[in-house]
Every structure is written in C-alpha cells, then in structure tokens.
Design a protein around this ligand. Structure first.
Ligand code: ATP
Length: 366
C-alpha cells in the first residue's frame, strides 16, 4: 500500500490546450493517505474517470506528476504501479468458474496455492459468493458477475491501491446497500488505499472517510461527509450534497448582517464588506416554519415521506425547501420561516466566506 501524491496534476484531451476550459482536469494538488477510503464524487462529465485513469496509469497527464510514496510514477505503466481496478461493467472470464476468476490475479503472480485457496475463500465469504465458487461464470446474472469483479479487485493484498469506477452501476438497487457495506468492512479489515468513483452521493458518503467533490474538471472540496454537509466550500457542494440540497438566497452583507428585500438577517460571524455576488446558504434541515417570527413565505407543496415532511415554499421570489420531522404539524397560519443561525453559510462569488466569530452579546435578535 502507498500514499498517492498529485502534484500540479492537470489533463487535457486536446493536443495543444490553451485556457482552463480546454482541461478535463484542472490543476489539482492532493495527497491520498495510505490506507484511507476516498470517494470521488461529482456529476457526469466532471472529470472523475479522467482523474482515476491518471492515477492508474491508463492516461498520461498533460502536466504535473504522480508519486506513490516518494517514487515518481508519472511515466510508469499500470502494471508497474501495482494497482487493482474495478470498472463499471463486469470483467470476468466466462469459461472459468467463479473460484478460478477470483484466483486469477493471484495465480498470475505465482502465489502459493495454499495462500490462493485461503484468500479466495475469504473474499468469496465476504462478498457472498461462497455457494457459487464452482459455478461457471458464463450464465451468471450481471449482479453476480460484478460481484466477481469486485472480488478480483480485492483479492490481492499487495496492491498499492484499489480503484473503483462506479462499480455498483449494474447492481440491483437492493443489493447495492449490501455490497457497499461489504466493501466498507473489507476496507476496515484489509486497510487498502481505496478510491471509489461515483455520481451518487449516498454511495460516496456511506463508503468513504473523505469525499472529493468535483465539478467541471475542478476539485472543489475534500472533506468528511460531515464537513461537506456543514461547511460546504462552494455553492456547488452545498447544492450537490444533501437531499434536497442547500437553499440559496442572494443577499448583500455588511459585517454580521445580511440584507434582502428590505429584511435583515443577523449572522453569527462578521464578514466585513464583501465585494462580489454574495448569497446566503441554508440547508432545508435548518429552516423552521413559524407563525410570527422571521421572513415571510408562501407554502407551495408539502411532501410527507413518513419520517420527514418536505415543504416547498416561496421566499420573496425564490423557491426554498424546508425539511421538518414527520410529526411536525403544519398549520395554516405558519407564514414565516426562521433560519438556524449557527448553520447559515455565506458565499461570495460561489466560494465560502469564513467570517470572524462575534461575541454572543453583540449578536442582534433574528
Ligand atoms: P462520467 O460519470 O459520465 O463517466 P466523469 O466525471 O467520469 O463522467 P470524464 O469521463 O473524466 O468525466 O470526462 C471529463 C471530460 O472529459 C468530459 O467533458 C468528457 O467529454 C471529456 N473526455 C473524456 N474522455 C475523453 C476522451 N477520450 N477524449 C476527449 N474527451 C474526453
């Protein structure tokens, strides 16, 4: 296993790239720590696969370098990098049995047969393929074939890292949760450095210790699921993480006050006098419907999903979402909203502002 360092790494598919927009991956600097589980999260086309293929050596970067521990591997082949990769669609040998497929990466490297048998048994048990070990891969469902691919990716314990590119795409929804849980326990047990690409936030947040959020070829934030939820570094992270995502209200800011449509919202931090487009971000979980305090809203629709109620409302001319407990009674005279001040975020030109905390006594009422 190894830590993986990206130094000024950037990639363009064009032969003579010019400006930023020519780059599928804009310059990134990052260290993937040895033995950690990461997710690379972002919408389709944001550059996740490009970054993964640069790490595995399937692509050579336009600029910058990649180090495994202290060794520069930028010019090394995929085989020399000693990486296991699991792709979106199953890669299995149909004529071999499940067991032979799982054993293949070990046999290929001339491992001792006792070790191979023990390791295959172990992996098969972890991913629920024990009963299928003697079946030919041909004729198995795509779920089972993808399980074999996952098993093959995990079977070697001497790899520097395991890279997963949307590995659960073809998996039946009810099995996804089970496999994600198994991957997580395999990670805990074997301690490989794992990088897991997905556009599904649930997959990313439940699998990874740290999530790398990408948008339009740029890494916007690398953080724990908690940090991405509580302190998004960019409006895109606020919008993309959470279901529904963060609400945004254009405001002007002076010190610890945000102004919009003749109303003032007191803030817990002093943001000075920011120049640029400022928006206030508040997650649906931290907006509360009230009868008489706060800002005026009109409720558009209410969706009751059992444990929660999702309320869509119009605040000035902006649609916002409010998340309330399932038991919360919505009364006709609830025409205002309050924001939980400790959970207000402010952004200037899309990036988070970190204001200076101010004394409790100096904060105004709502
Ligand atoms: P998806 O989830 O759809 O796979 P992604 O986040 O993995 O998307 P990439 O596949 O890395 O994104 O693509 C990033 C950008 O690079 C996209 O604009 C894509 O069209 C472009 N791109 C990807 N592969 C190539 C290629 N071989 N040649 C030219 N452009 C490419």
């Amino acid at each position: 296993m190894a830590s993986i360092t990206l130094e000024n790494l950037a990639h363009s598919y064009l032969p003579n790239p010019g400006g930023d927009s020519d780059f599928a991956l804009k310059e990134v600097n990052h260290i993937w720590e040895d033995g950690r589980a990461y997710a690379l999260l972002g919408p389709s086309g944001c550059g996740k696969t490009t970054l993964l293929n640069l790490i595995s050596g399937l692509l050579t970067p336009t600029s910058g370098s990649i180090l495994f521990d202290d060794k520069d591997v930028t010019a090394s082949s995929t085989a020399e990098r000693n990486i296991a990769q699991v792709f979106q669609f199953p890669v299995v040998y149909d004529t071999m049995t499940v067991g032979q497929n799982l054993a293949f990466p070990l046999r290929n490297r001339g491992m001792d047969s006792g070790y191979v048998a023990e390791r295959v048994q172990r992996i098969a048990q972890m991913i629920g393929l024990e009963a299928d070990l003697h079946k030919k891969a041909r004729g198995l469902t795509s779920d089972l074939k993808q399980k074999i691919s996952l098993g093959r990716g995990m079977v070697r314990d001497d790899v520097n890292a395991i890279l997963f590119d949307e590995p659960l795409t073809v998996i039946d929804p009810h099995l996804k949760w089970e496999l994600r849980t198994q991957l997580k326990s395999l990670h805990r047990e074997f301690g490989h450095t794992m990088i897991y690409v997905t556009h599904d936030q649930t997959e990313a947040l439940t699998f990874a210790e740290k999530v790398v959020v990408m948008h339009e070829g740029r890494v916007l934030q690398i953080g724990t699921p908690k940090a991405l939820f509580e302190t998004p570094a960019h409006v895109f992270v606020g919008y993309f993480i959470g279901s529904p995502g963060m609400n945004f209200i254009p405001v002007s800011v002076t010190g610890n006050k945000a102004h919009t449509n003749g109303e003032t919202i007191n803030l817990n931090h002093d943001y000075g006098n920011p120049q640029g487009d400022t928006v206030l971000g508040i997650r649906p979980e931290f907006v509360r419907l009230t009868k008489s305090d706060g800002l005026p809203v009109q409720i558009n629709r209410i969706q009751d999903v059992g444990r929660h109620k999702f309320i869509n409302a119009t605040l000035f001319d902006i649609e916002i979402n409010i998340s309330a407990d399932g038991g919360f009674e919505i009364e006709p005279d609830m025409v205002m909203v309050e924001f939980d001040r400790a959970n207000i975020s402010l952004f200037c030109d899309d990036w988070r502002m970190n204001g200076k905390a101010i004394d409790q006594g100096k904060r105004g009422a709502i």
